[in-house]
Structure formats: structure tokens, C-alpha cells
Design a protein around this ligand. Sequence first.
Ligand SMILES: Cc1cc2nc3c(=O)[nH]c(=O)nc-3n(C[C@H](O)[C@H](O)[C@H](O)COP(=O)(O)OP(=O)(O)OC[C@H]3O[C@@H](n4cnc5c(N)ncnc54)[C@H](O)[C@@H]3O)c2cc1C
Ligand SMILES: NC(=O)c1ccc[n+]([C@@H]2O[C@H](COP(=O)([O-])OP(=O)(O)OC[C@H]3O[C@@H](n4cnc5c(N)ncnc54)[C@H](O)[C@@H]3O)[C@@H](O)[C@H]2O)c1
Length: 480
Amino acid sequence: MDDAPRTYDVVVIGAGPVGENVADRTRAAGLTTVVVESELVGGECSYWACMPSKALLRPVIARADARRLPGLDQAVAGPLDTAAVLARRDEFASHWKDDGQVGWLESVGVDLVRGHARLDGPRAVTVTTADGGTVRLTARHAVAVCTGTAAALPELPGLTDVAPWTSREATSAKEAPGRLVVVGGGVVAVEMATAWQALGSQVTVLVRGRALLPRMEPFAGELVADGLREAGADVRYGVSVTSVAREGGRPDGELRVVLDDGGELTADEILFATGRTPRTGDIGLETVGLTPGGWLTVDDTCRVTGVEDGWLYAVGDVNHRALLTHQGKYQARMAGAAIGARAQGAPVDDAPWGAHVATADIAAVPQVVFTDPEIGSVGLTAAEAERAGLRVRTVDHDLANTAGASLYADGYRGRARMVVDLDAGHLVGVTFAGPGVGELLHSATIAVVGRVPVDRLWHAVPSYPTVSEVWLRLLETYRG
Ligand SMILES: Cc1cc2nc3c(=O)[nH]c(=O)nc-3n(C[C@H](O)[C@H](O)[C@H](O)COP(=O)(O)OP(=O)(O)OC[C@H]3O[C@@H](n4cnc5c(N)ncnc54)[C@H](O)[C@@H]3O)c2cc1C
Ligand SMILES: NC(=O)c1ccc[n+]([C@@H]2O[C@H](COP(=O)([O-])OP(=O)(O)OC[C@H]3O[C@@H](n4cnc5c(N)ncnc54)[C@H](O)[C@@H]3O)[C@@H](O)[C@H]2O)c1
């Protein structure tokens, strides 16, 4: 038992992509910093989320693109080499070892304590280590909670007995199940259904609502559903699971999935892609007057509201502002700079779009969904803009009607939408759906964040013949 408290300027709880970046920024601001991690340095993103999922999907999407090109289609007519795809995925997940990221922490001068951290009153953190020991940490300036999320599972009869897949199993499985049921219609559901259908599983997607990707423009979910069906998956709407059981109660027994429409399915595995829950249930929030288990509410500098003296920050997924790695890392840059400024007694630039506030979380969150077709969206959908009371005009264009798209693939299918704030004269949202559009998205992010006047966008000339010429078509339609 190590009982001597260690004092740092900043204590960061959780070394996911966000905790790592908070620590990097506070260290760069000259503050001594320690990070506590209970599993692997790199967090969910590196080992069970972004990296392994995109490693699974990249060959799937590349093959789909190649199959649309006469001259190449025959060369990729066969099935994917699933073992090779999984082996490459293992490389991208660093074989679930964090030596590389530990080395990076050392290189930027951030200390690491391994174990489960809990707040223990103002500015104090107690870590329980794997051997049952205790490390006590004190922060002179700030504690940043960056504990992320875990998969949220519904309460269903039989669920805990059947060992369901969550995003962790879906991204780290060692072989493709014969039949996979995917529950949910969000991003994890559509990406993992796309991956495993192509890697050899027969996938059934069960959506309780009427659409896939319900937070995006409706055409995004419709095109993704078309893509999944063409790949051989069964996508069903308006249906929920009421119970699950394995034959004979055996771990390898066939799964029986009972549905609320009276139907039943048999399967080998079932993935619940039904959202996330914050990892705040056991981090000592009660010792600082907060309620355990919920999302942590923060101001735009990521400082937790309602905590005396403002020493507690919550950054990344755990604050529920935008559950995306790039957006969490952006918050980390802002929060790290704000902690640095406050520690030095320097002014905090917290006006919208200032140096210490994560304004883009509210106005311009970009996201790429790596399905076939890809979806790229930033800012508000037309429905969201209207709900926000903006006077908007929506302009759509069939992406197939650009020279770049027709060269990209035969039978290219896709759509683009821009949402223009008529009073402000700039874009507040853009959505692209189509092969290859992920790399197009940043142009839209710049237009939305920069509030580039539509009249000036007219002078941003897209190269011929690229899919980016969709910008020209959208602007032509807008200008009449
Ligand atoms: C399948 C899947 C695919 C995804 N794909 C993408 C994508 O392509 N692009 C994208 O932008 N986002 C993607 N996301 C979202 C992305 O993974 C998260 O937004 C990101 O991981 C959040 O980072 P974080 O650092 O806030 O939390 P996490 O990555 O969850 O890291 C939190 C860390 O805190 C540690 N921790 C928790 N509690 C404690 C404690 N008490 N003491 C010590 N340590 C603790 C955890 O062990 C973990 O390492 C995906 C998510 C899923 C599930
Ligand atoms: N490419 C990417 O950027 C990427 C990829 C994967 C995940 N992510 C992020 O990770 C987060 C988690 O993704 P997710 O897909 O798990 O969550 P989500 O919130 O996007 O979707 C969950 C879906 O499950 C449904 N659902 C919830 N409870 C249900 C139940 N009991 N039965 C049936 N359906 C139910 C919801 O209606 C919703 O459509 C998202 O915020 C996403 O942004 C991003």
C-alpha cells in the first residue's frame, strides 16, 4: 500500500484519445500532469471502436468500389479473405497492447498510473491498482474526467445468460459468425452490419423505429438500407426483441430471438448496438456533490457545472456533447488550453469561437459513417434547423449527375443536401451520401464553421472532374 499522496498540477482520469489529448495540452502549457488508466492507454477508440471497426470496413468498401468498375470487377468477384482482413484489424488494434501509446505519454512528459480512479473530495483522486494497492493523487489546479462510455444494453429476459455481442465483440471477434442479428439502427449497427455481412455472416438488422441513422437526413438511412439489402442483409423496421435464449442454455448453443411482432429468429450471435452509457457510476462523484451514473454537464470550456471553485472538468464522450473521437480531441485542446490559462491567471477567451471554448460542438459536428455508400454530414439537418427556428432553404442534388461521380463508379448512386440559413446567408448544414464522400466532408465543415457567405462559395471552384463538383451543382440550383 502506497499511502503518500502525490501532487500534480493536473490529474486526468481515463487515457482514451481524449484523456491523452487533455494531458498533452496541459503538459504543453507547462503543468505537471498525471493520467490514470484502468484498462489500455488509447481507450475504446484504439482497441474496440474507431480503429478496429474501420480496419474491418476498409477492404469491404474498397471491394464494393472495385466491383463497380468494368475491367476490375472480375478481379474482385470472389469473397473477401476474412482471415487476412481480421489479421490486418489485429494490427490496427495493436494486438490489444498499449506499449506504443505508453511510450508516447512518456515522450510528452506525462506520468501514468494504472488502476481504477475515483474522486475523493475536491481536487483529490484515489486509484485502486490491480494488486489491490492505493495511490493517492492531489491536483493543484484541475481534475479532468475523461472516462468515456460503455455499451448500453436493454433489460431483456435472458440477455445476460446468452453473452450478447456489444461493440467490443463486434470489433474484436476472431471469426465471422454464421448468422448475426444486429439490434439498433444507429452508426454502430449499420457499420458492423456492413462489415460482418461482407466478411461471411448472414446479417439481420432489427430496427425498432422506421429508419436507419435517424439523426441524419432521411436519405442517408434510406441509401444505407438499400446498400445493406443489396449486400444480402435483411433489414427490418418497427420490430423489437422481447427475449433471447441459447439452446440448452449452453454458451455455444443456437440463439433463439423472440420478436414483438410474433416472429422468431435463430442465430449464432446477437449484437446490441443500442447506444452508450457514461462510465461515471463508480468514479466517486458523490464525494464532490454530484450524482453517480449520469452524463456530466459542462460549460463550453468543458468545466463541470455546479462544482465549487471550478476545478473539475469532463471532456469527451462522458459529457455527451458529441460522441466522436475527433470532437472529443477538439474539446481536449480547448479544455487543456483553458486549464492552462486559468492556472496562469491569464484571461479565458470564452466568447463563441474563442480559443478556450468548444463552440463547434454545438454548430458544426462532422461525422463520416463508413458504410456502402458512405455518409458524411456536418451541422444541422433541415429538420433540426427548422426546429431551431431558422429560416432555411434546402437544396438537394443527385450526386450521380457529376462527371467525377460517373468516373468514380458505374451506376454511382448518391445524394447531397445543403441547408442555407437565408437570414445569415451561409450554410448551417451539409450531408453527402455516396461512395467516397467521406473525404469530401471537410470542405463542408470549413464552409459551415467559417460561415462562408454563399456568394463567396461561388468563387470556390471545384476541380474537374471530381465528385466535389457537386458543390457547383448545389450552388447553381440555389442561385437559380
Ligand atoms: C464501434 C464504434 C466505432 C466507433 N467509430 C468511430 C469513428 O469511426 N470515428 C469517431 O470519431 N468515433 C467513433 N466512435 C466513437 C469513439 O470511440 C468515442 O467517441 C471515443 O472513444 C471517445 O473517447 P474518450 O477518450 O472520451 O473515451 P474512451 O475512448 O471510452 O476512453 C475512456 C478511457 O477511460 C478509462 N477509464 C474509464 N473509467 C476509468 C476509471 N475510473 N479510472 C481509470 N480509467 C478509466 C477507460 O478504460 C478508457 O480507456 C466509435 C464508437 C464505437 C463504439
Ligand atoms: N463512424 C463514426 O463516426 C462512428 C461509428 C460508430 C459509433 N460512433 C459513435 O458512437 C456512438 C454510439 O453509437 P451507437 O450506434 O451505439 O448509438 P446510437 O445512439 O447512434 O444508436 C443507437 C440506436 O439504438 C436504438 N435503440 C436503443 N435502445 C434500443 C432497444 N432497446 N431496442 C432496439 N433499438 C434500440 C436507438 O433508437 C438508436 O437508433 C454514437 O454517438 C456514434 O456517433 C461513431
